[in-house]
Design a protein around this ligand. Sequence first.
Ligand code: ATP
Length: 235
Amino acid sequence: MLEVTDLTVAYGPIEAVRKISFRVQAGTVVTLIGPNGAGKSTTLNALSGVAPLHGGRILLDGQDISRWSVHRRVAAGLVQVPEGRLVLAGMSVRENLELGAYRRPRGDVAADIERMEARFPILHERRNAAAGTLSGGEQQMLAIARGLMARPKLLLLDEPSLGLAPLLVHTVFEIVGELRDSGLTILLVEQNARQALTVSSYGYVIESGRIVLDGPAADLRSDPAVIRTYLGQGV
Ligand code: ATP
């Protein structure tokens, strides 16, 4: 579904991502792991079009979207759930969901909101609450649901478990697994490498803007270098 070749992103003179190439097969979860500042979020931002591309090519279903605007990519099914959730704090839960579907016909939207509220009952209970009053875990559910409202075919999920209590981390990965089982394709960025590799079929390790290792997630989970660096105690 996604084929990225020699992707390069620079902020001024600093190349945050250097000529990385990777693929995501339809119906799978692929994860990018790596230390802070490795370039993982930058990669997702370049795919969604919010970070400037300095080189390389992005193919979505064989179509070159490298120069497309953000909204055109969203319309094509490439939807990002950003790090830090970024829900609109002063707007209600329901309004946040509606915003996820702002490019779609109204009639469709009501049915999708019902589906989201069935999948995430807390969003139904809190539908009239300001999004900023939700807990971190609830905001993460809302951010994912808002992304789903755009009817993605490829969901870019940036650090969905960041800052959540262990029980909620577990819930977030359960949701990722459920979305995968429902046929959604997901590119996941995670610090929580162990759980990310458990829910994924393939993984790439990014360090200093380059891919240093990749392989089936099960192989990465048993790779001594990955274990030493990313799967140590407490990770
Ligand atoms: P983290 O897990 O901490 O988010 P990451 O792997 O996602 O790390 P990025 O956020 O992509 O890493 O950052 C890659 C590099 O680019 C870092 O050196 C970071 O400081 C730099 N960087 C990121 N965003 C910007 C920006 N808007 N302007 C300048 N430099 C940036």
